[in-house]
Write a new protein. Structure first.
Lengths: 622, 307
């Protein structure tokens, strides 16, 4: 599918209203979302046939101002039906979801009856809505016998069987583990202008839906434990089966996991009951996940508004089902990582915080993950690294002997290789590779946000995201809303830089190009600084003089190259631009410093490399 | 005491090892100097908490660093002959601590070829063990490539068992080397003798080996601890670090020498018996027996055994 050209100008949404600091507290949070699509489902899992047999009711209201003549419904399990589905036919190499489809899946809808329209089963009328691939059965259009007028609510009786594939990406089974996601016919999100945001199940693309209430009764064989979206209001055994009922309002999706070898850990934080379901032998990892989630709820709740749900369920898929991990659903996250993961390595807390951050950035604001993946992955990555910094500082990612790894290092390492090769703010299916998607939508977005935060006012970006998350909770905002929040909180220049970075492949490289002193000139010393690229940030320059004094200057970044006079200095020893690394997105930090005369010899590197090689020789020496 | 008496040879091993490593490590220093030499703190920025500049160096210069790493590993392999010579000298000195440098050198020269053959034989055994171990680990994992506690622990049992065999091979190698410098110059005979010795004296050998390896591991851990304490940002940090690393390497080589000394003393009676038997059979000349007894001891030769 040809991707629309992304730019700050065509970022959807009206001109954003100005909003202020009254949105920095929880008092501003809305009590609930507008209910548009609510689902009541009774589901029975057959773990041998890997099917979910279900029936129920969908209550859907046309919240737009225009009549709806065609209903768009997502049947995403059909992505695993055969190789002709858009998902399987257009998978990109590398990354997740590129494994073999060992057993197919699919959604077989037996009945789709809109009560208000009589008893006609409309499902046989469903046709592919994927213009680029008519074989795809994940994005379907149903022409209705009559239009659903603005404000009208319809009630759809559904009966269906979900055949789960062996896990390829996000959903499916492995052995007796079942991750049941994207498993029911789901009405696409209706935008206020009366158009449906419908799209096929994609390799990189995630989801977008209307808010509603879910009431799902899950029937599994005895011995299976279930982790699901929402609050468990009923839990009983009956005739060799285990039946539990989960309800949740103000959410836009429902998924559950069932496994007969889950161990359950629990915790509590400020009224939120946390459950962590891990395979046997993963209890240590589960405790790390719970600790990280409790910490994350506190940090994110303070920054982005109180977590509004009573439960949070963490599911750690077993070996073989890793592709079901690292996903987010409302009140339910899936994680991953080896059973022996230690707290010295940050993989568990990093992944847990990332998925938890998705409760806000995608979950509560409900952005369009297909059209603007940076709004969920980028913002969640930013929240994740801010959380990691708050909890673990420079050791957030690893702490082994003398070596520690912080999030700045990781963000630069992942966010810079993509450079300005492609646009960050573009639809998921416009990215040409998983690597490009990962580096741009995740790491580079977070790198850009962190740069703006530090370059203008440390903490300001957190406040901006806080206002964005509070103001647009349950509101489906877009990029322009984010830019508005940044403009009002950090300032118009920051908003402009953000737009350039997101839409126009913005980049920057500060460098010290020269420094010289001539006694005959007043002032005698001058420093030449260069800004390469299209972004502009104010930056500090520190000059160390021959007399040992230190002089700090500021440059607003305007211009490509400027010669800055250094007052009160007769001779220069060294010059550094951006010594505190505020412009974290700077392409090359090696050229940020200049030492007059001979460069400093890297004795420490020589010493450590010599020791390492001598040690290696000691091990293999004859 | 043998190790103390052989201090010059221990130092020789130390200096040669550090020198080879320093030469092989220099390109990394050159790359880091080029990349970070402009910063006022020099390469101390690479070791700041969080490792941001360290990853920056790797990101910007990974091509050069990868090339250096390959070259450094090759240099380590090419330095093996130097290791043969210095180790032969150390072993010869440990076998006869009171010997003159010329005597030690003569004994080393006469043993070095056999030591190299023994090294190749035991190296081949270790390679075969590694191949077998790899196959066993893969077999223990079953058909699945996935990690799980059961599969990983099963694999770990295989690895630990393999490590145990590797240790036994290593100990046997060292006892064989002891036999060789004590005068049992034929590899098959030395192997048979060392096997008998190791079988009869397995506990003192194993205990001695473990004690020194444990001390060596402690030193390596101590380095990790010490480097956290050393203020790398201070001007003196580089030198303090170098001194600590030098001291730890010297400690490791001393422990190695101590272990070889123990292996030689454990092997000495057996080597003496072997040489006596060989003399009685007329396989070797009388003077070779002298190497199996301590120089200067009653009944032992008063000078270089080759004299």
């Amino acid at each position: 599918m040809p991707a629309p050209v992304a730019s700050a100008e065509n970022a959807e949404g009206p001109v954003v209203e100005r909003f202020g600091s009254d949105l920095d507290t929880n008092d501003s949070l809305p009590a609930s979302a507008v209910e548009t699509a609510s689902y009541t489902i009774r589901a029975r899992l057959d773990p041998v046939a890997h099917t979910v047999d279900a029936d129920g009711e969908i209550a859907w209201t046309n919240r737009s101002a225009t009549p709806v003549q065609t209903l768009f419904v997502h049947a995403y399990l059909n992505a695993f039906k055969d190789e002709r589905s858009t998902f399987l036919a257009s998978r990109l190499r590398g990354g997740r979801g590129s494994g073999t489809l060992r057993s197919p899946g699919g959604l077989h809808v037996r009945s789709f009856v809109i009560r208000e329209f009589g008893s006609l089963n409309l499902w046989p009328l469903a046709k592919s809505a994927d213009a680029a691939n008519p074989h795809d059965q994940t994005d379907l259009a149903i022409d209705l016998p009559r239009a659903i007028v603005a404000g009208e609510t319809i009630h759809v009786d559904v009966e269906f069987e979900a055949l789960l594939p062996q896990v390829v990406e996000r959903t499916g089974y492995f052995d007796t583990f079942h991750m049941v996601a994207q498993w029911f016919p789901k009405i696409a999100r209706l935008e206020p202008d009366g158009t449906f945001a419908h799209f096929p199940y994609g390799h990189l693309s995630e989801f977008y839906a209307d808010f509603g209430s879910y009431d799902v009764t899950i029937d599994v064989p005895e011995g299976f434990r279930v982790g699901a979206v929402g609050r468990r209001v009923e839990d009983r055994a009956s005739a060799g089966r285990h039946i539990s009922r989960y309800v949740q309002n103000n959410v836009h999706d429902f998924a559950f996991a069932a496994y007969d070898r889950f161990e359950e850990l629990a915790s509590n934080n400020d009224g939120v009951a946390l459950r962590c379901l891990v395979p046997r032998g993963y209890e240590s990892v589960g405790r790390q996940e719970l600790d990280a989630a409790v910490f994350g709820l506190r940090v994110f709740g303070r920054l982005y508004g109180a977590y509004p749900y009573e439960t949070l369920t963490i599911v750690h898929p077993p070996p073989g089902a890793e592709e079901a991990g690292g996903m987010e659903y409302p009140t339910l996250i899936t994680t991953g990582g080896p059973w022996y993961a230690s707290t010295h390595m940050g993989i568990i807390r990093s992944l847990t915080l990332h998925e938890l951050a998705h409760q806000y950035f995608y979950g509560l604001v409900a952005t369009d993950e297909h059209r603007w993946p940076f709004l969920d992955e980028g913002l969640a990555t930013f929240a994740e690294v801010e959380g990691l910094d708050a909890g673990w500082g420079d050791s957030a990612l690893w702490s082994v002997g003398w070596s520690t790894g912080g999030t700045d290092a990781l963000l630069r390492y992942l966010g810079l290789p993509s450079g300005h090769d492609d646009i960050i703010a573009q639809p998921a299916d416009a990215f040409v590779s998983w690597r490009s998607y990962g580096l741009l939508a995740y790491a580079r977005t977070a790198l850009l946000l962190r740069t703006i935060d530090r370059a203008y006012e440390p903490g300001a970006m957190q406040r901006a995201l806080g206002r964005f998350a509070r103001r647009y909770r349950f509101e489906h905002p877009g990029p322009s809303h984010l830019l508005g929040a940044v403009r009002d909180t950090v300032g118009a220049p920051a908003s402009r830089q953000l737009a350039t970075g997101l839409f126009d492949r913005g980049w920057i490289d500060y460098a010290i190009s020269d420094a010289r002193c001539e006694a005959s000139v007043d002032p005698p010393c001058t420093v030449v600084v260069t800004r390469r690229g299209t972004l502009t940030f104010p930056v500090d320059i520190v000059v160390v003089a021959e007399d040992g004094s230190t002089h700090r200057m500021q440059w607003d970044g305007d211009g490509r190259q400027v010669a800055l006079p250094v007052a009160g200095v007769a001779g220069i020893v060294s010059v550094v631009i951006d010594p505190e690394h505020r412009v974290l997105i700077d392409e090359d930090l090696a050229n940020n410093a200049l030492r007059m005369g001979q460069p400093s010899r890297a004795w420490r590197v020589w010493d450590r490399a010599t020791y390492a090689l001598a040690l290696a020789a000691h091990l293999v020496a004859p | 005491m043998s190790v103390v008496r052989c201090a010059p040879y221990v130092l020789l091993v130390f200096v040669s090892r550090i020198a080879v490593a320093a030469v092989a490590a220099f390109p990394a220093c050159a790359i880091a100097t080029k990349a970070m030499g402009g910063w006022p703190q020099g390469d101390a920025v690479l070791f700041e908490p969080g490792s941001m500049m360290l990853l920056e160096l790797i990101r910007l210069h990974h091509v050069g660093l990868e090339a250096w790493l390959t070259q450094a590993l090759l240099a380590t392999v090419l330095a093996v002959p130097i290791g043969f010579v210095t180790n032969a000298l150390l072993l010869a000195a440990l076998a006869a601590p009171l010997d003159t440098p010329a005597g030690v050198a003569a004994r080393a020269v006469s043993s070095v070829r056999t030591l190299a053959v023994a090294w190749a034989v035991f190296g081949a055994a270790l390679c075969a063990l590694a191949c077998f171990g790899y196959a066993a680990v893969e077999a223990s994992r079953g058909t699945s490539e996935q990690s799980s506690p059961t599969r990983d622990l099963t694999a770990m049992v295989v690895v630990v068992a393999g490590a145990g065999v590797a240790i036994a091979i290593g100990v046997l190698h060292d006892v064989t080397r002891a036999m060789i410098v004590l005068g049992v110059k034929q590899v098959p005979t030395a192997l048979a003798a060392s096997w008998g010795c190791a079988r009869d004296r397995w506990w003192p050998l194993l205990a001695g080996w473990w004690a020194r390896v444990a001390a060596g591991l402690l030193l390596v851990v101590l380095e990790l601890w010490a480097m956290r304490k050393v203020s790398l940002l201070a001007e003196s940090g580089a030198w303090v670090s170098a001194v600590i690393h030098g001291a730890i390497m010297l400690g490791l080589i001393l422990l190695r020498a101590s272990w070889l000394s123990l292996a030689i003393e454990t092997a000495r009676p057996r080597a003496s018996a072997e040489l006596t038997a060989m003399r009685e059979l007329g396989v070797i000349k009388d003077e070779a027996i002298g190497t199996a007894t301590r120089t200067g001891e009653p009944g032992g030769p008063s000078s270089d055994p080759g004299a």
